[in-house]
Design a binder for this molecule. Structure first.
Ligand code: GDP
Ligand code: IMO
Ligand code: MG
Length: 429
């Protein structure tokens, strides 16, 4: 089959946008399958920087189809704005499609996200406050509004009315907050629906027809495996499945997949609350944050920083069936005296485990066990010939390969498309 999945192996922001962009140069279709505008994907090509939230990063290769699958939760206001900004940068939407079965995020989801977080006090998840969790709650509760409903005036009005009645009861009686007005939301969102209408299709049909023809398809995951609702650090996760979500989220069978490319940074970052065993709260963490410009695209929050964690990578590899590794941002580590990789977790009784525990209590007691390697001072930016790298940087790469036993698709030494060192043609091998 001809499908390749791109999925983050850590807690998001691994540089999936960049890898999707360069891998999609050889594809006919790029398809997003989960998440929403909680995602923030940066793609740099020449002197232009593109920021995507809902639009698949592969849209830049404009002769291809870029689609948003039914598994994505779509905020129409945010999508309309994002499309306008990208159009201004010269991006074409001629071949853009949105699934008619995708769920719609409405203002009451965003309000509820905020209220739910507030009510958790110290135990906040630290969501992006984009209404993602509440929109997936409505989907599973079978009261969600889909793109097909949004573009039909009467259906949208009836469903919005019913949903607002129950949400307003929740806002006023449970949270003692203000209700939302039907008329304002209806007028604004119906209008967005009409703007998006030309792009709304049965995307599963288009995708399967293309797969049958032998078209190459890139399945673009958002977030990362450690944020997966089932396989991540629950409850400090998002509300969708970056792992394996492409089947249900796009309406294709698992046989569509040829390879799964895991994207990881040469260190680890995390936004929001939750366990992070290799977190660095010292000067080294600050150094990496500054060197890597680690501030969120969506919320501008400083990202938490830590050493690379091979326990996380192996967990990701297992649960997502990763076949190949795209390693980003190794250039960020230049200037450190030493670099560390976590190889296991030590429990209070001395036992060392190399599997990610499900229990947050156990995880809390784990101490990371590191292998320490010499660092390197020379900048790697622009050094796209690995043989010219300092030996210590090459050793670091070798160590990652040894610990994960994964083949590298690419190693990246800067945010730009041409700073990606391609080591394997994923479409041919
Ligand atoms: P995504 O959510 O996985 O697509 O990743 P983000 O775009 O949120 O965050 C990754 C950040 O790292 C972006 O600012 C990228 O431009 C940047 N980036 C990607 N690859 C590299 C790299 O190899 N080196 C450096 N220095 N930055 C990179
Ligand atoms: P990309 O695709 C990093 C995190 C939030 C929070 C948790 C739940 O750019 O890698 P949510 O709003 O989804 O309910 O928040 O998930 N989170 C991300 N962190 N990158 C992302 O996307 C994220 N999307 C959600 O910070 O901890
Ligand atoms: Mg991001």
């Amino acid at each position: 089959m001809t499908g390749v999945v791109v999925v983050g192996m850590q807690w998001g922001d691994e540089g999936k946008g960049k890898i999707t962009d360069f891998l999609s140069q050889k594809t006919q279709i790029v398809a997003r399958y989960q998440g929403g505008d909680n995602a923030g994907h940066t793609v740099e090509v020449d002197d232009k920087v593109y920021k995507m939230r809902l639009v698949p990063s592969g849209i830049l290769n404009s002769e291809k189809i870029a689609m948003i699958g039914n598994g994505v939760v779509v905020n129409p206001q945010s999508l309309v704005k994002e499309m306008a900004a990208l159009k201004e940068q010269g991006v074409s939407f001629e071949n853009f499609k949105i699934s008619n079965r995708a769920q719609v995020i409405l203002p009451y989801h965003i309000k509820l996200d905020g209220l739910q977080e507030e009510s958790k006090g110290q135990h906040k998840i630290g969501t992006t406050n984009r209404g993602i969790g509440p929109a997936y709650m409505d989907k599973v509760a079978r009261v969600g509004i889909r793109m097909a409903d949004l573009i039909e005036k009467d259906t949208f009005a009836a469903k919005l009315k019913a949903n607002l009645e129950s949400k307003n009861r929740e806002f006023t009686q449970l949270y003692h907050s203000e209700p939302l007005e039907f008329a304002d939301i209806f007028a604004e969102y119906y209008e967005y629906g009409q703007q998006l209408r030309p792009y709304v299709w049965d995307t599963s049909k288009i995708l399967n027809e293309e797969l049958t023809k032998g078209s190459k398809v890139l399945f673009e995951g958002a977030q990362g495996i450690m944020l997966d609702i089932d396989h991540g650090t629950y409850p400090f996760v998002t509300s969708s499945n970056p792992v394996g979500g492409f089947t249900a989220g796009l309406g294709v069978g698992p046989t569509a997949i040829k390879r799964v490319v895991g994207v990881a940074k040469a260190y680890t970052s995390r936004v929001g609350a939750g366990p992070f065993p290799t977190e660095l709260t010292d000067d080294t963490g600050d150094f990496i944050r500054d060197a890597g410009h680690e501030y969120g695209v969506v919320t501008k929050r400083p990202r938490r920083i830590g050493w690379l964690d091979a326990v996380v990578l192996k967990h990701a590899q297992r649960v997502a069936g990763i076949t190949d590794l795209a390693l980003n941002s190794i250039d960020v580590l230049s200037g450190l005296d030493e670099v560390k990789i976590c190889t296991g977790y030590q429990l209070p009784n001395g036992q060392i485990i190399d599997e990610y525990p499900a229990s947050l209590n156990v995880l809390d007691q784990c101490r990371p066990v590191y292998v320490t390697l010499p660092g390197w001072q020379e900048p790697l930016r622009g050094l796209t010939d690995i043989t010219k790298w300092p030996q210590a940087a090459r050793n670091y790469l070798e160590k990652i390969k040894e610990l994960t036993n994964l083949d590298f698709v690419s190693v990246s030494v800067g945010p730009n498309r041409d700073e990606t060192i391609v080591l394997k043609d994923i479409w041919e091998n």
